[in-house]
Design a protein around this ligand. Structure first.
Ligand code: HEM
Length: 325
């Protein structure tokens, strides 16, 4: 019995140690030139995030988000705070040969309304549809910090792992061409720890401009409030180019982005099995996962006009100091 207890203790310790590893890996996308931290879901949906280097130690910073999904995926989304509610949601889907991005923010477990606190610019290079996959690349201003006095302000740490969540459905939105379309509940959701430091880019601003116009296009970047459509500039789609394999440090597993938009591990080392998340308290270096409960103190904002179906919520400006009377 004593042996059994010790064995369980050792296993728990080993589990806790491996749980420190992020679920994301570093990849370099030769098509856009961005270095991303990438998480791939069991369904083969890739969620990639690139950020500036250096990113400000405090406050909001821009991020480039790239989502590549198998063609059978109807919609997919990232929850930047790791839960469905009270954080920016980046929802994407394909519409013919276009890929549509919609900015949402959920106050409950129903279709999330549009969110103007995050503004997106679609990067035309890196946004396309082919026979097997669709992919979108967009710069987001407002995805790394959100909230107000009511719900509290959250800032994602650019140097560390942050708990994110995804959701997807194989059923496309009701009106795919509209970024304010309604859509049905997810088939599945998942959580992961994303190491933002894996996606740091010293030439971030230059890469954003370089990729904004797309190959052979003189069009300006599409800017989105609430959502946007990324129109590939070429109607004949060029398959994504093969990408460079890099490994920033030995702790990262190198991967190659394949022409299908998915990644394959190219490290000669076998990939270790995915660690199970600890059920106990996380180590201090890893931020705790957010609770899944709704914040009872956060009042649901009254809908602005138009009231249906998608009221828009904008964060309240910080209250100014009261002048004495
Ligand atoms: C029609 C739209 C949607 C509906 C009706 C819906 C509904 C729900 C419901 C009923 C739950 C289960 C709550 C529970 O029992 O704990 C849930 C959980 C969840 N949903 Fe959604 N959802 C929708 C869209 C989304 C989107 C767009 C995302 C993210 C991109 C998302 C992310 C999540 C996550 C991460 C959870 C796990 C619980 C949490 O972390 O809050 N959902 N959703």
């Amino acid at each position: 019995m004593r042996w059994l207890t010790s064995a369980v203790g050792v296993a728990a310790l080993l589990g806790a140690a491996s749980a420190q590893d992020p679920d994301s890996k570093q990849v370099v996308d030769a098509e856009t030139g961005f270095t991303f931290g990438q998480y791939v879901s069991d369904q083969g949906i890739s969620f990639r995030i690139a950020i500036p280097d250096p990113a400000p130690a405090t406050g909001s910073y821009d991020a480039v988000v790239q989502i590549a999904a198998p063609i059978a995926i109807g919609w997919a989304g990232i929850a930047w705070g790791g839960s469905m509610t009270y954080n920016p949601l980046t929802i994407v889907w394909k519409s013919g040969t276009d890929v549509v991005l919609s900015s949402r923010f959920a106050f409950g477990y129903y279709v999330p309304p549009a969110y103007t606190g995050a503004v997106y610019s679609i990067l035309k290079t890196g946004t396309h549809v082919n026979a097997t996959h669709w992919q979108i690349t967009a710069k987001c201003t407002g995805c790394t910090q959100w909230g107000d006095d009511d719900i509290g302000v959250t800032t994602l740490d650019p140097t560390q792992q942050n708990p994110l969540a995804f959701a997807f459905s194989t059923v496309p939105p009701d009106t795919p061409s509209s970024n304010t379309s309604s859509f049905g509940i997810h088939d599945s959701i998942g959580h992961w720890y994303h190491d933002f430091a894996q996606g740091t880019n010293p030439g971030f601003t230059a890469l954003v401009s370089k990729n904004s116009e797309g190959p052979g296009s003189s069009n300006a970047t599409t800017t989105a409030t609430g959502g946007s459509t990324g129109k590939p500039t070429n109607s004949t789609l060029t398959p994504p180019r093969p990408t460079t394999v890099t490994s920033k440090t030995s702790s990262f597993t190198s991967v190659t982005l394949t022409p299908t938009g998915n990644s394959t591990t190219t490290s000669s080392k076998p990939t270790p099995p995915k660690p199970t998340k600890p059920t106990g308290p996380p180590k201090p270096s890893r931020p705790p996962k957010p609770t899944k409960t709704l914040k009872p103190t956060a009042p649901v904002k009254p809908p602005h006009s138009p009231p249906f179906p998608f009221p828009v919520w904008t964060p309240k400006p910080k209250p100014t100091a009261k002048t004495p009377v």
